[in-house]
Design a protein around this ligand. Sequence first.
Ligand SMILES: CSC[C@@H](O)[C@@H](O)C(=O)COP(=O)(O)O
Length: 339
Amino acid sequence: MISESRTIWWDNGIKTIDQTRLPAEFVVITIRSIKELVNAITSLKIRGAPALGAAGGYGIALAAMRSKFQERDGVLHEMEIAAEMIKNSRPTAVNLSWGVDRVLRAAQEGEIADEVREIALREAERIAEEDLIINKMIGRHGAKLLNDGDSVLTHCNAGRLACVGWGTALGVIRQAVMDGKEIHVYACETRPLNQGSRLTSWELMEDNIDVTLVCDSASGILMRRGMIDSVIVGADRITRDAVFNKIGTYTHAVLAKAHGIPFYVAAPLSTFDASHDESEIVIEERDGDELRRLGVTRLAPDGVKVYNPAFDATPIDLVSAMITEKGVFRQPLMPPGIL
Ligand SMILES: CSC[C@@H](O)[C@@H](O)C(=O)COP(=O)(O)O
């Protein structure tokens, strides 16, 4: 049975699965303040571009609901302050600011405070509901690229946990399996925070999809031995010239090119940012302790210098096709209306 349940929803606050506790524990948390939301985003309790889009939208609704102001402008002002805090919590994934701005823009239409609140929550719900529908469309378009018996390599977690449901890269795989194809997935562990081992392998096993966990640097041997038919990853932002995704994605893309293996990027149109080039995008750098330690276990000498970028940029000429809700795009790679 393939899971269609939602990973983020509204119920007197933002409800979501705490992804830092998987796979050991499945815990649903309730976020009731902007401070808690920013903490949940920076600590990766909520993560993955489309899930961040929904969280950003719900965050603005939360700011509206919690505002004590009786006047429209007071509520909107508090929402704008919250918007800045939320957007600054993770700079690379464009969906976060996209979700925040979309709800903020819609709420401007409200003429009185209560109407602002009502519109904000309605728009946030719309983003979440649309995400599920869009991911299903991505899945249906992308599944046509996979053949019965294929082995697919994926990196990080671009599954239902990273979205409101279904997933982008994993949504393509889910759909292919639902279509009756036998698909085998190699999930890269995704150092340093192990989204591949903790989340992707858990999620696929829950759905009885055949998955083998490999360390990130095993992709070369797998490709050289002819064990990979295609690579499918998600994206945090797609500029005119590059795909930003979890650190390590670029390495798989270069290897795929060298071995003549298709490298696919599955993402909604909301992840495309055609107004920028690679050079203009800030890549989030995270705390060095993510490499120095694993929980309480020391992995490196205390104080060793660490460079810990959370994402890398893959030049788009390494991408074989973009899989979006509007279809699969090869030449040109950018969907119509994006540029
Ligand atoms: C559909 S999710 C696409 C990306 O957001 C995903 O591949 C990724 O890189 C997530 O990084 P993370 O740091 O775990 O938020």
